[in-house]
Design a protein around this ligand. Structure first.
Ligand SMILES: NC(=O)C1=CN([C@@H]2O[C@H](COP(=O)(O)OP(=O)(O)OC[C@H]3O[C@@H](n4cnc5c(N)ncnc54)[C@H](OP(=O)(O)O)[C@@H]3O)[C@@H](O)[C@H]2O)C=CC1
Ligand SMILES: C=C(O[C@H]1[C@H](O)[C@@H](CO)O[C@H](OP(=O)(O)OP(=O)(O)OC[C@H]2O[C@@H](n3ccc(=O)[nH]c3=O)[C@H](O)[C@@H]2O)[C@@H]1NC(C)=O)C(=O)O
Length: 507
C-alpha cells in the first residue's frame, strides 16, 4: 500500500513497474478476471491515495501491508476516507500471500460476493455442492454428498472494524497465535454488540467468514450459496454461508468459535425441508464426505455417519444379513434427519434400531447419546435442538438375506404405489394426528388438488404438497397453511407440520 500522492496517475505507473514480490504473486491470481470473473486493476488512484488492487465495479480495494504498517493511524484514516467514499477495504500481510494465498483469495472472493457486491455474477472459488440425487424425481439418494478437498483458511486476523463496510482487520493482527474460541467469542461479541439487534442484522457473509477465520477450518465455506438445489422441493433462497465440515473436529471448532448469537442451521438431504425464499441467515451446515458418509458393519451392529442416506443403511444391513432395518429403504432422508425426527415408515422406526448416537452441541462439545437419552416420540427426538448429530450405531437381528431383500422390495413397491415420489415434494406434509390419518382429514376438507401459485396438494396422496410448476417457497408454505385452516374448520383438528421450514420469507 502506498501513501498519498499529488500526481496520482504518473506515480501509479511507476509503482506498477516496481511492485513487491507479494504484490506480483497476488496480481498473478487477480489479473485477467481470474478470480471469479471480477476485473481488478493495479495501483489505482482513488482521491489522494493509490490503492494496491481495486475492483471498481464492486468498489472493493485490496491492500498488502508490510510490518511497518502495524497499528498505523495513517492506514486507519485512509480506510475511513475510502469507506466514506463507498469503497470496502481488505488488508493482508505480505506474509499471508506467501503462506496462505488460497485463503487470501477465498476471503477476497467472499467480499466480492457479499451483498454489497453483485455476487450473482460469481462462481464459487471451490466447486459447488451436488444436487440431491433424487432431486424430487423419485429416486432415493443412496450416496453421501461429496466434499471437496480441504482448503486453507486465513490465519487469525481479529474481527472486522465497526460498520459493515470497513472490512479491514484491526491493526496488529496476523502474526499472533490463534486466540481461544472463548476469546474470539468475547471479542466478537464486544465489537458486534449483542445487545443491538440492528447491528446484528448487519452481519454479512463476509463478517461471518471473518468470525470463523480463527477456527482455521479445513472444510468448505461457501458464502451466499443457493440452497434450492439441495432440497427436494427445489425452492428457497441462499445460505448466508454454507459450511461442509471436514470432520467432527472441524465442525466442533466452527461451533465453538462462532458467537452464540449467530444462528446455525443443519440440513440433511433436504427431503423434508422448505427453505424460505429469503434464504437462511447465519451458518448453514451440510454434512458430507468420508468423515460423515461412511457405513460399516460391526458384528450385528452398523455404524453410520449422519450424512449417509437412510437407504444405504438399509442396503448395507440387507447385504450383511441383518434384519430390522429394511424400513429405511422407504425413507429418502439422511441418518441425521432420521435421528432428529425418529424417521419411520412401513412398520419400523429409528427408535426400534438405534443403540446410540453422537452429536455436537452449539458450544462445540461432542458427546454420545445412549438410546434412553434420545427422548424419541413419534417423529421427534427430545435431544436439545442445537445438537448436530454426527454418527449413529444401529443394531440388527441375524436374518435371511433373501427375506430381507423381499421386505425391501415390498417397501419400495408400496411407496411407489401410494406416494407421488417422482414429483418435487417434501414427503408427508403433516404428522398423522393421534388416531387419525392426515390425508383423510385433508381429503374431507376438500383440499385434494388445491393449488396456490405453482404449488399443489397432490392428487395421488393428499398429505403431499408438490412443486408442480415453478412454485416459490411462499406458495408451498402458504398452501400448507391453507390446508391447515380448512382442516381446522371442517374437522376441528390442528394439523402439525412434519416438514421443517427454515429461513425467512422474501423481503
Ligand atoms: N417416511 C418417509 O417416507 C419420509 C420421511 N422423511 C423424514 O424426513 C427426514 C429428512 O431427512 P433429511 O432429508 O436428511 O433432512 P432435511 O434436510 O429434510 O432436514 C430436516 C431436518 O432434519 C434435521 N437434521 C438433518 N440432519 C441433521 C443432523 N445431522 N443433526 C441434527 N439434525 C439434523 C434438521 O432439523 P432441525 O431443523 O430441527 O435441526 C433439519 O431441519 C427423514 O429422515 C425422515 O424422517 C422425509 C420424507 C419422506
Ligand atoms: C412419507 C412419509 O412417511 C409416511 C410413510 O412413508 C408411510 C408408510 O409407512 O406412513 C405414513 O404415511 P401415511 O400414514 O399417509 O401412509 P401411506 O402409506 O402413505 O398411506 C396409507 C394408505 O392410504 C392410501 N392413501 C393415501 C393418501 C391418499 O390421498 N389416498 C389414499 O388412498 C394409500 O394408498 C395407502 O394405502 C408416513 N407419514 C406420516 C406422517 O407418518 C414422511 O414421513 O414424509
Amino acid at each position: 500500500m502506498r501513501g498519498a500522492d499529488d500526481d496520482g496517475s504518473k506515480r501509479a505507473r511507476d509503482l506498477r513497474q516496481a511492485q513487491t514480490e507479494a504484490e506480483a504473486r497476488l496480481w498473478a491470481r487477480l489479473r485477467d478476471r481470474r478470480l471469479g470473473g471480477a476485473k481488478f486493476v493495479r495501483q489505482h488512484p482513488v482521491g489522494a491515495y493509490i490503492t494496491d488492487f481495486a475492483c471498481r465495479d464492486r468498489r472493493l480495494i485490496v491492500e498488502l501491508d508490510g510490518s511497518q504498517h502495524a497499528d498505523s493511524a495513517h492506514d486507519r484514516r485512509r480506510d475511513a476516507w475510502l469507506t466514506s467514499q463507498g469503497w470496502r477495504v481488505l488488508r493482508f500481510w505480505n506474509a499471508e500471500v506467501f503462506k496462505n494465498l488460497d485463503g487470501v483469495l477465498q476471503t477476497i472472493h467472499a467480499a466480492l460476493s457479499s451483498p454489497r457486491g453483485r455476487g450473482e455474477a460469481f462462481v464459487p472459488l471451490v466447486g459447488g455442492e451436488g444436487s440431491p440425487k433424487g432431486g424430487g424425481e423419485g429416486v432415493i439418494p443412496d450416496e453421501t454428498p461429496p466434499v471437496s478437498p480441504p482448503h486453507p483458511r486465513l490465519p487469525p486476523r481479529g474481527v472486522p472494524d465497526k460498520g459493515d463496510t470497513a472490512l479491514s482487520p484491526r491493526a496488529g493482527r496476523g502474526e499472533r497465535a490463534p486466540p481461544s474460541a472463548r476469546h474470539v467469542s468475547r471479542e466478537a461479541g464486544r465489537i458486534r454488540d449483542h445487545d443491538h439487534p440492528e447491528r446484528r442484522a448487519m452481519t454479512t457473509s463476509t463478517d461471518l467468514l471473518a468470525l470463523l477465520a480463527p477456527a482455521r477450518l479445513r472444510g468448505r465455506l461457501l458464502p451466499d450459496h443457493p440452497l434450492a438445489d439441495l432440497t427436494w422441493f427445489r425452492v428457497g433462497g441462499p445460505a448466508q454461508v454454507l459450511f461442509t465440515p471436514a470432520d467432527e473436529e472441524d465442525l466442533a471448532a466452527a461451533l465453538a468459535t462462532l458467537p452464540a448469537e449467530i444462528p446455525v442451521t443443519v440440513i440433511g438431504l433436504g427431503s423434508n425441508l422448505i427453505v424460505r425464499d429469503g434464504g437462511v441467515p447465519g451458518l448453514v451446515i451440510r454434512l458430507g464426505g468420508k468423515a460423515f458418509g461412511s457405513v460399516a458393519v460391526e458384528g450385528e451392529t452398523i455404524r453410520a455417519g449422519t450424512a449417509v442416506p437412510d437407504v444405504k443403511v438399509a442396503r448395507t444391513a440387507a447385504e450383511a444379513g441383518l434384519d430390522g432395518l429394511a424400513f429405511y429403504r422407504g425413507i429418502p432422508g439422511s441418518i441425521g434427519g432420521a435421528l432428529r425426527m425418529n424417521a419411520g415408515a412401513h412398520g419400523g422406526e429409528t427408535t426400534d434400531v438405534l443403540v446410540e448416537a453422537r452429536g455436537i452441541s452449539r458450544d462445540g462439545t461432542l458427546r454420545t447419546y445412549a438410546h434412553a437419552e434420545m427422548g424419541f416420540r413419534y417423529r421427534h427426538s427430545g435431544v436439545a435442538e442445537d445438537v448436530i448429530f454426527t454418527g449413529a450405531l444401529f443394531r440388527g437381528r441375524p436374518g435371511e438375506r433373501e427375506a430381507i431383500q423381499a421386505e425391501m422390495d415390498r417397501v419400495t413397491a408400496a411407496r411407489e404405489a401410494a406416494q407421488p415420489i417422482r414429483e418435487r415434494t417434501g414427503g408427508s406434509t403433516f404428522k398423522n394426528p393421534d388416531g387419525a390419518k392426515a390425508w383423510q382429514l385433508i381429503d374431507a376438507a376438500g383440499c385434494r388438488g388445491l393449488t396456490r401459485g405453482g404449488a399443489q396438494v397432490s392428487e395421488m396422496h393428499c398429505n403431499f404438497l408438490i412443486n408442480r410448476d415453478g412454485a416459490t417457497a411462499a406458495d408451498i408454505e402458504g398452501l400448507g397453511e391453507e390446508v391447515r385452516r380448512r382442516v381446522r374448520e371442517t374437522a376441528g383438528v390442528d394439523l402439525h407440520w412434519e416438514i421443517r421450514r427454515i429461513g425467512r420469507p422474501a423481503a
